[in-house]
Ligand binder design. Structure first.
Ligand code: C2E
Ligand code: CA
Ligand code: CA
Length: 693
């Protein structure tokens, strides 16, 4: 037998006897009633306050209370506990009224057989009511939460009913799309995607498919959105609407675009970056191959840009770099890409060309850079070297093409030809730039450097008046490496200090040998800008002079005009110090820097070397000839001697003599030579007396 079911039973009844009867009946029906009997309003109220009851039985009329009042009291309190009248006959009218007032059943005391089925039913229904109420409360709670979510969501939430009218439009929708809920509720959705022409054509197909896209706000502003849609169904499973959740991703898109721009474009020049060049090469190489054509990659490096930067300041250097792109653009096709790879290195990609066209383009690019650049009113002449590599011959992927163009560019710099096409033969020479740095220190320590000497001759007597020491690196693997390829590296790494001291020491030792042999050429050594910044330099040179036993007047130091301008005050101090030591000083590469005459006048220097770029072609180039002539005049006016370097022909040599130039140096006279090969010079042409260069 099943255990009796415990029910908390409240009995509104004046008769204890009837109460007992009722309880017994309940027990018979399988219940274990825990009961309380009340017979006044107050005690009923107290009982209701006390606990929750499973069921209430009530007599209809009692001496102190009425069943209908008890019922009313319960219902007023919002209490929906099953309420059954158990009473003597009250007449049909009253019974109906009682039921109307909210009683759940009416059982006649004389016929309690109906009691248990009624209790069973009422308890079951009460249980159902309770469950439903719980569910409703939960639903209400979740509705409230949902409503809060919808109201405060940063996402636009829109519901459209099956007729296409807006049924929900949250505050974020107002914000993002511009229309207020009042304007759109109950009306067709106002936003329209921005369509491209192609999309208009297949609009029908796309309308329901492509929802990621740009929309026009109420104010006409275009916004990028991300939209997710879901169908809403009612509980019969019918479609009751469509919900759109829209995120405004305009900012994100903008940020993405900025990031892309930053990766793909150089910030200084706004030219495509190495990354973008790489991408374009990746596409262009196979495309050109399909047509049996080449992609030409031209790598362009400015010569001596670092000097310009050091001399004129970085902001002017930057301004110059910004002018390069437009110059190059002017002589290229719109389909060509100009990229800045970093520093003063630029690249040009020519899709679909052959080697001849590439060489022509390179020529055009160099020509485009010839005209002086005006930076804050200062005319600046720059030169560049271009290396060319072509796909597929020199590389079938971006990296190898860039690498080989880079090698070719170094060859171009080395030969001073301006342009070089990649050839696998030079491969073993050029990619060594970086590796060399590590080896340079060892080279200095192990005497792998050596000096060659180039004579300077007196123009009238054609006798040697001095030699310029030029350093070389005898590399065990690569052979002889020219200074252009490691001096810059040495300057950057600080190795220029020991290198310079090595050169001075070696040159003085050689000078001493010549002096012992009765020859007395003055020996010139090149200093770099970094040397001038070193306050220890004068003392170190003094020590070397002392140790060598060579008089300081036999040493000449060449300093380029641009090196002087890196830090003019410091240069002045160092030069003054060196001059006081009785060392000869020359300004090298004169005409390529930007020093002022006023500054030059104050410098304690003895000679000026006109840069070879003016001298080489002065026989044919009228402009160069004018520059050389006026430089000679100017220098003489300052009381200084002039040396023309880069003399490559007899014609130039004669012209220089006619212009009253003092001395000359160049391949026509002699290339730089090792000491053993210089002897002929000293025997044939004894040093000119009275010259103090
Ligand atoms: P620079 O001081 O202007 O030296 C003259 C350069 O012109 C030398 O190149 C020389 O070989 C070259 N040259 C001589 N005659 C002619 C000619 O008729 N025509 C042409 N086109 N060129 C001629 P090199 O030896 O390759 O030296 C290049 C530069 O390297 C030098 O230019 C100098 O700035 C630097 N350098 C060389 N040795 C040293 C050194 O010991 N220390 C420092 N700091 N720099 C050095
Ligand atoms: Ca020099
Ligand atoms: Ca020079």
């Amino acid at each position: 037998m099943a255990l009796p079911i415990q029910i908390h039973t409240l009995i509104v009844e004046d008769s204890e006897e009837d109460t007992e009867l009722l309880l017994r009946e309940l027990q018979k029906g399988g219940y274990d009633p825990i009961h309380e009997r009340v017979e006044t309003r107050e005690s009923l109220q107290a009982a209701l306050d006390n606990r929750r009851w499973d069921i209430v039985f009530s007599d209809y009329t009692m001496p102190q209370f009425k069943g209908t009042e008890a019922l009313a009291l319960l219902r007023e309190r919002g209490n929906d506990t099953p309420f059954l009248f158990v009473s003597g006959t009250i007449g049909e009218d009253r019974a109906v009224a009682a039921m109307k007032a909210g009683a759940d059943d009416y059982i006649i005391k004389g016929n309690l057989k109906r009691l248990i089925p009624a209790v069973n039913r009422e308890l079951r229904e009460a249980e159902v009511r309770r469950e439903r109420k719980k569910a409703e409360e939960a639903l209400q709670e979740s509705n409230q939460t949902l409503e809060a979510v919808v109201q405060s969501s940063p996402l636009a939430i829109i519901v459209i009913d099956p007729t296409g009218n807006v049924r929900m439009w949250n505050p974020a929708a107002e914000q993002i799309l511009g229309w207020s809920a009042r304007e759109v509720l109950g009306r067709p959705i106002p936003i329209r995607p921005e369509e491209t022409k192609k999309e208009t054509r297949d609009r029908e197909v796309k309308r329901f498919v492509n929802l990621e896209r740009r929309y026009k706000r109420k104010d006409g502003v275009l916004i990028d959105t991300s939209i997710s849609t879901s169908l809403l169904c009612n509980n019969k499973g019918e479609i009751s609407g469509v919900m759109w959740i829209i995120a405004d991703i305009t900012e994100r898109k903008r940020a993405e675009a900025t990031i892309k721009q930053m990766a793909y474009y150089d910030t200084l020049t706004a030219l495509p970056s190495r990354t973008l060049l790489h991408d374009r090469l990746q596409q262009a190489i196979p495309a050109a191959a399909d047509e049996n054509k080449s992609v030409g990659l031209l790598l362009l490096d400015l010569d001596r840009f670092r000097e310009i930067n050091d001399t004129l300041g970085h902001h002017r250097g930057d301004a110059l770099l910004q002018q390069i792109g437009p110059r190059l653009h002017a002589v290229l096709q719109p389909s060509d890409t100009i990229a800045r790879l970093g520093g003063d290195e630029f690249a040009v990609m020519l899709p679909r060309i052959d080697s001849e066209q590439a060489a022509l383009a390179a020529g055009r690019l160099l020509k485009a850079l010839e005209k002086p650049f005006l930076i804050e009113g200062i005319p600046i002449v720059i030169e560049a070297s271009i290396g060319i590599a072509l796909s597929p011959e020199h590389g079938e992927n971006p990296d190898s093409l860039i690498q080989h163009a880079d090698i070719a560019m170094y060859v171009a710099k080395e030969n001073k030809k301006g342009v070089a096409l990649y050839s696998s033969k030079v491969d073993k020479h050029s990619p060594r730039r970086l590796a060399l740095l590590g080896e340079l220190r060892e080279a200095i320590e192990n005497n792998h450097l050596f000096l060659v000497y180039q004579p300077k001759i007196h123009l009238w007597t054609r006798r040697v008046i001095g030699v310029e020491a030029l350093v070389r690196w005898q590399h065990p693997q690569y052979g002889v490496i020219p200074p252009d390829q490691f001096i810059t590296t040495a300057e950057h790494s600080g190795l220029i200090q020991p290198l310079t001291l090595w050169v001075v020491k070696t040159a003085l030792a050689q000078c001493k040998i010549w002096q012992r042999e009765g020859k007395a050429p003055n020996v010139a050594v090149n200093l770099s800008a970094r040397n001038l910044e070193d306050p220890k330099l004068p003392d170190q040179i003094a020590e070397l002079l002392e140790a060598s036993g060579v008089g300081s007047a036999s040493l000449n130091l060449e300093i380029t005009e641009s090196a002087l301008m890196v830090n003019p005050a410091q240069a002045m101090e160092t030069l003054t110090h060196l001059n006081n030591m009785d060392i000869q000083l020359s300004i090298d590469d004169f005409g390529t820097g930007y020093s002022s005459l006023g500054y030059l006048k104050k410098l304690p220097v003895h000679q000026i070397k006109i840069d070879k770029s003016f001298v080489k072609e002065m026989a044919t180039d009228e402009e160069d000839a004018i520059i050389v002539r006026s430089t000679i005049e100017l220098t003489h006016n300052l009381g200084l001697k002039v040396v023309a370097e880069g003399v490559e022909s007899e014609e130039v040599l004669e012209k220089l003599a006619a212009l009253d130039c003092d001395a000359a140096q160049g391949y026509h006279i002699s290339p730089p030579l090792p000491p053993s090969e210089l002897n002929a010079w000293f025997t044939d042409t004894a040093p000119a007396k009275g010259w103090n260069l």
